[in-house]
Design a protein around this ligand. Structure first.
Ligand SMILES: [Zn+2]
Length: 210
């Protein structure tokens, strides 16, 4: 099922073969992780030295800070492979959007992946805030308010994690001209996925594999 169409976000152009291959490479790394067949690539001294003069990561991941979702580990990647930006609940504030744009425009990544995960505390806190009217202290409402925008107020639990990933994708496409143009040109794959804490699998819910 194409959930990106269901949420009304932009129809992705057909990506360049190189961008599709980069997306496949990312998913292949996760399959190695799931199967316990990890290669731990690009983590030795020669790789460190080679990266001293610059980086050219192939994918950008916008994910949740949850300690159980370490991006390089679950995609079996190494130094210089992924440009990763995380905050609690992967909410798309301005600095997060700027980080995605830096990855696309300056570093030339070929994949932008929004990565949510099962049992996300930020999504759970938002569901509770909607249902019980609770308010978190400090600056934390900034996170909850942005997750809240994506959830159904009548039934915030309904597929909340997936709904929030798709909402973040829609926000990204609607707010960022850089991302939109790169996607329309076919130079990047933009996708959304949910990570399973127990099985370790990354399930694509919007994008070429969905
Ligand atoms: Zn989370």
């Amino acid at each position: 099922m194409n959930l990106s169409a269901a949420t009304g976000s932009a129809a992705p152009a057909s990506p360049d073969p190189a961008a599709l291959q980069a997306f496949q490479d990312l998913l292949a790394g996760n399959r190695r992780f799931v199967e316990g067949d990890v290669q731990h690539p690009n983590q030795d001294e020669s790789r460190r030295r080679a990266l001293e003069s610059g980086q050219a990561p192939f994918a950008m991941v916008l994910g949740c800070s949850d300690s159980r979702v370490p991006v390089e580990l679950l995609f079996d990647q190494g130094l210089g492979d992924l440009f990763v930006a995380r905050n609690a609940g992967h909410v798309l504030g301005r600095s997060m959007q700027a980080s995605v744009e830096f990855a696309v425009e300056v570093l030339g990544v070929q994949v932008v992946l929004v990565l949510g995960h099962e049992s996300c505390g930020a999504v759970g806190a938002t569901v509770e805030a909607i249902q019980k009217g609770t308010t978190l202290p400090g600056e934390m409402p900034i996170l909850v308010d942005q997750v809240k925008e994506h959830l159904d107020p009548a039934d915030p639990t309904e597929q909340a994690v997936e709904t929030h990933v798709l909402g973040t994708l829609t926000d990204l496409r609607s707010r960022s001209l850089i991302v939109r143009e790169a996607e329309e040109k076919g130079s990047i794959v933009v996708a959304g996925a949910v990570y399973g804490l127990g099985d370790g699998g990354v399930r694509v819910i919007s994008g070429p594999e969905a």
